[in-house]
Design a binder for this molecule. Structure first.
Ligand code: KG4
Ligand code: ZN
Length: 339
């Protein structure tokens, strides 16, 4: 007898992207993401505006995901949604929608940890090589920076994390100091390509082997700019590409140093990256280089599965469905949950 295929709708609304995806077994049929431009001029996400935008976007985004996938709602086997971690007001929109939809369709509801979702994006089947257990995953997003030991689909252990800002935050806060719009990561990435990564030197943090710290970098940049602006008011404009390249180089070398430490400690050389910052071209290239120089096996998600998306929520849903790990209808969103 052939196994019945499973079709799941995934919903993601933890921060400032409203996303819905349809997955059939481990293959994605659609993955719609509505970005919220409303935050651009604020230098960061404004929680109140984010939840309001999710409310506006959620129904059209879900409709679009079903339409592109050519799936009617009656064909869905379950609804998977991001329970946390994230912004409470944002999570509530996706959680409430998922609960109501599963109740209306009388199908199971599956809660998903957003950070597990980022890691599990590696198991979306696109015919690519997939990591084998155990592997190390550097999870770098706007809210988190962690080195995770992944022992199984649901067996993950944080080996080290940031003691202050996340890597994405370091990109965004640096960009804000340079007068660039939110989110600054992609812009720094773009300008860095043309600049000199060694033009400016920033000090590296002194923390534990597997810990990260980025708050010192922010102070370093502010001090440099204040000092140089006294001599030349147009310092930033004249040096923008070199500043971006040097900032990016510093963040990447901190990340690489920590992965090196984790490899030394565990002896594991299967290395994956996940989360919004894994879209960074400098980080992707540096890791690929290590594949040959260090004999590592490196796994980099497809670009659209790096930043927040519902496809990664749907793939977790698919694995949880097989274990019959369903949520009850009383489940609530949770702003802070461990992996
Ligand atoms: O995973 P994500 O979409 O949302 C969170 O869960 O936080 O990550 C967003 C973060 C932002 O800080 C954004 O600036 C950063 O990912 N980011 C990048 C790039 N694309 C997104 N950082 C550096 N280079 C990029 N190309
Ligand atoms: Zn994320």
């Amino acid at each position: 007898m052939t196994k019945k295929s499973i079709t799941i709708l995934g919903i993601e609304s933890s921060c400032d992207d409203t996303s819905a995806a349809v997955i059939k077994d481990a293959k994605i049929l659609s993955n719609i993401v509505a970005n919220q431009e409303v935050h651009q001029s604020y230098g960061g996400v404004v929680p109140e505006l984010a939840s309001r935008a999710h409310q506006q976007n959620i129904v059209p985004v879900v409709n679009q995901a079903l339409k592109i996938a050519n799936i009617s709602k009656d064909q869905l086997d379950a609804i998977a949604f991001t329970r946390g971690p994230g912004l409470m007001g944002s999570l509530l929109v996706g959680t409430s929608f998922a609960k109501s939809f599963s109740l209306a369709l009388n199908i199971p509801l599956i809660d998903v940890n957003h950070m597990q979702g980022h890691i599990m994006a590696h198991f979306i089947d696109e015919g690519q090589k997939m990591p084998e257990f155990p592997f190390l995953c550097l999870t770098v997003s706007g809210g988190h920076t962690q080195i995770v030991l992944v022992k199984g689909y649901f067996e993950m252990e944080i080996l080290g994390e940031t003691i202050d800002d996340a890597a994405g935050e370091a990109f965004d806060k640096s960009a804000k100091i340079l007068g660039l719009q939110y989110p600054g990561g992609p812009l720094i990435d773009k300008y860095a390509k043309q600049g000199d990564p060694n033009a400016f030197k920033f000090t590296k943090p002194r923390v534990g082997d597997l810990e990260f710290s980025f708050s010192g970098l922010k102070s370093n940049i502010i001090q440099l700019i204040q000092r140089e602006r006294k001599k030349d008011a147009n310092f930033i404009e004249k040096n923008l590409i070199d500043l971006c390249a040097s900032i990016q180089h510093t963040i990447i070398s901190i990340l690489l140093e920590k992965i090196d430490n984790a490899v030394k400690k565990t002896g594991i050389t299967q290395i994956a990256i996940a989360g919004g910052v894994s879209a960074n071209s400098g980080l992707r290239n540096a890791l690929l280089k290590r594949e040959s120089t260090h004999n590592w096996n490196v796994f980099i998600p497809k670009f659209e599965y790096c930043t927040d998306n519902a496809a990664m929520i749907a793939i977790v849903g698919y694995y949880k469905y097989q274990n019959q790990q369903f949520a009850n209808s009383g489940i609530t969103a949770k702003a802070r949950i461990k992996i």
